[in-house]
Design a protein around this ligand. Structure first.
Ligand SMILES: NC(=O)c1ccc[n+]([C@@H]2O[C@H](COP(=O)([O-])OP(=O)(O)OC[C@H]3O[C@@H](n4cnc5c(N)ncnc54)[C@H](O)[C@@H]3O)[C@@H](O)[C@H]2O)c1
Ligand SMILES: [Zn+2]
Ligand SMILES: [Zn+2]
Length: 363
């Protein structure tokens, strides 16, 4: 085992998943990242995964991601090397990578709006190379990494790099889910399911899940949804209005990123309700102010700040939050092209989160 690690650290190249424009990905040799700033750390990735946002990138919905970028903003790994100004971590530490890089000092970080950190934000797998690789360079490592104990389950905690803080912050918290609320979540992908799991921390009376994928809807029921609605025939609004005796819902969480799903949220929101947009949108949507203007609606948008990650980590470690049940498929990192295929065909493959493992045998 030691031998394997030594061999790995002497390598100058690595394998990585590289974006080459819409619908074009390749598993390629790339130079192993090096420390560029004294606040950087180099991480050897042991576990990573694929996000719905990566699928949006692949569709061309995220123009900041350019040809040649290594994708991925989720990961667990081992610190390989740290810059001279990294104080909280050292070689050999097991860590969780956050999708959001932050300095902790700028005006936005002081407001806990880490997603808009002036020197950070969503960089990984977006404007800098990401985690779907054997190694990744993490800037501002002291504030962007979370220490893990060696016995922590990689597969459970990698759900905290993006989807659980996203579901909680952009969904349940932005939507201000309260005891007794009726909540609708449009999209039962990993992010919608993460919103479902975390919304339950606030005791809503009902959570209605909407998707076109019947398998994911069945999973939603087993994760605590009280009602499920298929939108595959375009009649979801009708059904949700019937389920709520014509009243509509108090909170509508959009976790897909399409105009049709945003429209569902606008059509089902009750007076005084909150629409919390989570989905990454590549195209404009029609805002129906002619119907909404008088209904006291709050509309929120949010890029995840990952400010809740330490809290979620405590809940996963204590067993209060079962994050591992979001994992449906496992692959070796080198099989990532197959993993993309599985995640992009989630309905056919019955896929939720697909996990890529790169730990040497026995680690
Ligand atoms: N705001 C943020 O910071 C942030 C962070 C992470 C992810 N996201 C976004 O959250 C969204 C969900 O991510 P995910 O990983 O769950 O993606 P995913 O692609 O796995 O899930 C999307 C789900 O939407 C469903 N869907 C598609 N069309 C539909 C329709 N017409 N009606 C109902 N359901 C429909 C799909 O069947 C699928 O289950 C994506 O847009 C992703 O980019 C946002
Ligand atoms: Zn993500
Ligand atoms: Zn900052």
């Amino acid at each position: 085992m030691q031998h394997h690690a030594d061999y790995a650290s002497n390598k100058t190249s690595m394998k990585a998943l590289v974006f080459h424009g819409p619908n074009s990905l390749a598993w390629e040799d790339r130079p192993k990242p090096k420390i560029m700033n004294a606040t950087d750390a180099i991480i050897r990735i042991t576990t990573t995964t694929i996000c719905g946002t990566d699928l949006h990138i692949l569709k061309g919905d995220v123009p900041t991601v350019t040809d040649g970028r290594i994708l991925g903003h989720e990961g667990v790994g081992i610190v390989e090397e740290v810059g001279t100004n990294v104080l909280n971590f050292r070689k050999g530490d097991k860590i969780l990578v956050s999708n959001i890089t932050s300095c902790g000092r700028c005006s936005f970080c002081k407001k806990e709006m880490y997603s808009h950190c002036r020197t950070g934000g969503w960089l990984l797998g977006n404007s800098i190379d990401g985690t779907q690789a054997e190694y990744v360079r993490i800037p501002l490592a002291d504030t962007g990494l979370h220490m893990l104990t060696p016995e922590v389950d990689d597969e459970a905690v990698v759900m905290l790099s993006c989807i659980l803080p996203t579901g909680l912050e952009c969904g349940a918290l932005s939507g201000q889910v309260k005891p007794g609320d009726v909540v609708a979540i449009v999209g039962a992908g990993p992010v919608g399911l993460a919103a479902l799991l975390t919304a339950q921390l606030y005791s809503p009376a009902d959570i209605i899940m909407i998707d076109i994928d019947d398998h994911r809807l069945e999973v939603a029921l087993s994760f605590g949804a009280t009602k499920i609605v298929s939108s595959s025939d375009g009649r979801a609004v009708e059904r949700i209005m019937a389920l709520t005796q014509g009243a509509g819902v108090d909170v509508a969480i959009e976790a897909v990123g399409l105009s049709t799903t945003f429209d569902i949220c606008q059509a089902i929101i009750a007076p005084g309700g909150r629409i919390a947009n989570v989905g990454v949108h590549g195209k404009s949507v029609e805002l129906h102010l002619e119907r909404l203007w008088s209904s006291n609606i709050t509309l929120t948008t949010r890029l995840v700040d990952a400010s809740t990650t330490p809290m979620l980590l405590r809940m996963v470690q204590s067993g209060r939050l079962d994050a591992k049940k979001l994992v449906s498929h496992r692959f070796r990192l080198a099989e990532i092209m197959k993993a993309y295929d599985t995640f992009s065909n989630a309905e056919k493959q019955h896929a939720l989160k697909v996990v890529l493992n790169n730990a040497p045998p026995g680690e």
